[in-house]
Design a protein around this ligand. Sequence first.
Ligand SMILES: Cc1ncc(COP(=O)(O)O)c(C=O)c1O
Length: 407
Amino acid sequence: MKISNRVQSLRGSATLAVTARAKALRAAGRDVIGFGAGEPDFDTPEPVKQAVADALRDGATKYAPTPGSPELREAVAARMREHNGIHCEASDVVVSVGAKHAAFEVVQCLVDPGDEVVVITPAWLSYRPMIELAGGTVVECGTSIADCFKTTPERLAACMTPRTAAVIVNSPGNPTGATYGRDELEALAMVVAAHPTAVLVSDEIYEELVYPEIDPTASAFSPGSLPALADRTVTLNGLSKSMAMTGWRIGWSVAPDGEGVVAKAMTRLQSQMTSGIPTFLMPAAIEALRLQPVESPRMREVFLGRARLVTELLSGIPRLELARPTGAFYAFPDISACLGLRSPGGRSIDSPAGFAEALLEEADVAVVPGEDFGEAARTNIRISFACGDEQIRTGIARIATWVDSLS
Ligand SMILES: Cc1ncc(COP(=O)(O)O)c(C=O)c1O
């Protein structure tokens, strides 16, 4: 069978590939430490699970409205109003199969062939394929470890052209853990505001994981709350990272453009893709939103401790350079000093992919190579610290020993 050109040229997710390889090695009896997966190791809070059991018992097994039940859309809108300062109504909300689905739909709805989308890189590796599938062109606004992986209004402005359809901002960011301050985000938003046709897509999936204890300026500010850009911002969020609900696949977009144009377009698209998320998940999502003010800060405290531990341990490895993570659960060290060296197992380390493969095969530690996160990520690896302290200590000790043995 012939596979379409569109899909033939699509790369699979490197993150999921590393996770699958680590799983396979573990199944074969190897003691692999996994720093690959971007998912919290906590379990979903019990009352959320109970809500699903109750909903199923009560017969919530039929089709649900495509953009989400009215109650869930209102619960999301209430959170976005109260927590994020975004003036929105339930009709501006579309609930989808994770924030990934929301991002895919937003790009499909905003981008035409020939349009440009500015992505601040290193960036989540799914943005590029989403944009390219829509026929758009990615314009990378590259950052470096020296800037703590943050861009400036001047550099963003230099990437904007009359063909810019959207700018994607993701703070706290995957894969770098970089988190902007409120002033910095406002300044970036003003650059977008100055381009009347550009839309700001603010991916706030890690908003609950910000560490002002590490960098006092780091903030979970939502640019969609700024009047200058309120009707031209699409905010993405969901329950995966903040409520340990990655497997539930619940995310959403909020686009208060005044007429519901984006929400209606996304609903139309979704009605031809997946329809609504499972009906019995709607009450559970409402329960998760109710618990979020208590549960997410509790998890954040644990991640803060891990962010400090990872920073301390990685900073002790002379051949790695690190910008300390100030949000999310990722560290993104630079491995330039290892490139061109040879591993104890005889592999030449010529790229992050080569580094990651050799590290996994020879030291049983899974990390994600930087290449797929953008041009600005070609000398980095991503370490996800969504795992326990013991695992972090053991895994980074293995990395330290292995990196030291490169010659
Ligand atoms: C920046 C970013 N946005 C969106 C997502 C997707 O989240 P979800 O699991 O809700 O689809 C991820 C997941 O890794 C992410 O890192």
